[in-house]
Design a protein around this ligand. Structure first.
Ligand code: ABC
Ligand code: CA
Length: 500
């Protein structure tokens, strides 16, 4: 599937080891602090596709599938990002037939499979007894690298030091050469940086991704550590994969992130907006103007690349503390989640968010989902289901919805903001659930024709736009909750699912 095919999708991101056991059980414990395998598998995912699909998702993003290093100072490679052998799928998540069966089961439902791929680095535990303190300076590490003796021979298919850039950790994240040529990781677990400047290495990686996509019927790939390899490597890599590519460029700088869209990969994760959304909704005193002070990543990409340039929006992922660990007010969470689905990016929901999981920093944010019993009677499950339905309704009713760019509308009232992406209008607030002073949103004149009846698909309540079109219409918040408005004619035109 290509970028255009993905534009209308909605993605459920899961950590394979933590999503579902091969046979159902809700009592198998999973202590995230142990940083080891809890037993999730590809066949477990296959058995729980109803759960994912009934919330309105039509794509899943699973953990990297290759053989990882286990038994490191930071535990085992249960997350999949510590490649030992790129050429062999891990045995921890089941057989390759299980993975193919998952792919086939998804396709039978019209759903897409997104594989997560890591080619910037491998993971190599130090071989000898030279123990360097974990907080040793990067300079010291660079000089002591020879002493540290990494075991390159266990890595596949790149088994010699010459397949990697010289050992030196990234010391200056503002220096792009450092970012591309130096190493991630630390002295306890260095992540040898692949010499992607070497043409043989490059050709091998291009062939690898092509094979991977074909072998497992992947419809798209999420690419790890994109900013750590030069852009023209990625263009060839994306083309070789032949399917949609979504890159991770971890930065709060929208201009920097946008430079990768179209040139290196089809789309990037909208980290810049994520930082702003956390600033705005992470606290009842958060700064809402952070949302619209600077051009968004999607807007920048539209102007510099083209109008179909893509981003992907997320509120949580496996690298960041979950929202409720930052602020436990469910109303703030519901507001922040709304942005993911009403904005310009392809929406991504990180597994467990719908169950109200609260894990903080890695590794706490990688809880086992089976402990929730996959309950579907939860408020957040209903919330995400409504949001997905609203987005699908908007896509179906407005041919320009996907290519249009959403707009944040500042509000005259404290704690209120609106996100407009016709036919959707999201009314959002960060005042919180227990504030007695709930704000009023003022829908600007002309947003909808006079007398239009709107439905808030989250509460299934109706509002009518002021008959005096120049006056604007006020809607008052309740309990700090957001509202997502659409003209009620869309609901009657087969937009059901959003409201009964
Ligand atoms: C393990 C342990 C952790 C422990 C850590 C030292 O080692 O689990 O508890 O703290 C994988 C695993 C992790 C593991 C790491 C390292 O490997 O999942 O559990 O951590 O062994 C990708 C993946 C990620 C994966 C890797 C490595 C890469 O999504 O899951 O981690 O394969 C950088 C990379 C980014 C990478 C991330 C982890 O590290 O760029 O691709 N993610 C700055 C830098 C960023 C940098 C970030 C690290 O710090 O600019 O490049 O990300 O925290 C903003 C700035 C940002 C800035 C942030 C902090 O502040 O705009 O630029 O980011 O204001
Ligand atoms: Ca690199």
């Amino acid at each position: 599937a290509n970028a255009a095919d993905w534009a209308s999708r909605s993605i459920y991101q899961l950590v394979t080891d933590r999503f579902a056991l091969p046979s159902s059980s809700s009592s198998t414990p999973c202590d995230t602090t142990k940083r080891t395998f809890c037993g999730g598998s590809w066949s477990g995912i296959t058995n729980h596709l109803d759960y994912i699909q009934s919330m309105g998702f039509d794509a899943i993003w699973i953990s990297p599938i290759v053989t990882n290093v286990d038994g490191t100072a930071y535990g085992d490679g249960y997350h999949g990002y510590w490649t030992l052998d790129l050429t062999t799928p891990t045995s921890h998540f089941g057989s390759t037939d299980d993975l193919k069966a998952l792919s086939a089961a998804l396709h039978k439902r019209g759903m897409y499979l997104m594989l997560d791929v890591v080619v910037n680095h491998f993971a190599a535990p130090p071989l000898n007894n030279v123990t360097l303190a974990s907080n040793v300076s990067t300079e010291v590490f660079a000089n002591a690298a020879a002493l540290l003796k990494l075991n390159y021979t266990v890595l596949q298919p790149f088994s010699t030091s010459s397949d990697f850039h010289p050992p030196r950790f990234i010391s200056d994240y503002t220096n792009q050469t450092d970012v591309e040529h130096c190493w991630l990781g630390d002295t306890l677990l260095p992540l040898p940086d692949v010499d992607t400047e070497d043409e043989t290495v490059q050709a091998e990686l291009y062939a690898w991704v092509k094979n991977m996509v074909n072998e497992y019927g992947a419809d798209g790939v999420r690419i790890d550590t994109v900013k750590h390899i030069r852009q023209d490597f990625w263009r060839g890599f994306s083309d070789s994969g032949g399917v949609f590519t979504l890159g991770e460029v971890l930065t709060d700088n929208a201009t920097y992130a946008s430079s990768y869209i179209g040139t290196a990969v089809d789309a990037v994760l909208d980290y810049p907006a994520w930082y702003n959304v956390m600033t705005a909704f992470g606290n009842t005193t958060g700064n809402l103007s952070a949302l619209f002070e600077a051009p968004s990543l999607a807007a920048l990409a539209t102007s510099t690349v083209n109008s179909s340039a893509l981003t992907a929006s997320f509120l949580e992922n496996h690298d960041q503390p979950r929202f409720p660990s930052v602020n436990s007010d469910p109303a703030l969470l519901m507001n922040a989640m709304t942005w993911t689905f009403v904005g310009d990016g392809i929406p991504i929901l990180y597994y467990g968010q719908e169950q109200g999981y609260t894990g903080g920093q890695d590794p706490s944010n990688r809880e086992a989902l089976w402990l929730s019993g996959y309950a579907t009677d939860k408020p957040l499950v209903a919330h995400v289901t409504s949001l997905n339905a609203a987005r699908k309704m908007a896509i179906a009713s407005n041919k320009t919805f996907l290519a249009s760019r959403s707009q944040w509308l500042a509000q005259p009232n404290q704690g209120a903001v609106m996100l407009s992406k016709p036919p959707l209008l999201a009314l959002m607030t960060n005042v919180g659930s227990s504030n007695n002073n709930q704000p009023t949103w003022v829908i600007p004149p002309g947003t909808y024709p006079a007398n239009t009846t709107l439905v808030d698909v989250l509460a299934c309540q109706k509002f009518t736009i002021n008959a005096n079109a120049s006056a604007g219409s006020g809607v008052t918040a309740s309990g700090g909750m957001p509202k997502v408005l659409v003209p009620d004619t869309l609901l009657s035109k087969g937009g059901g699912g959003a409201c009964p």
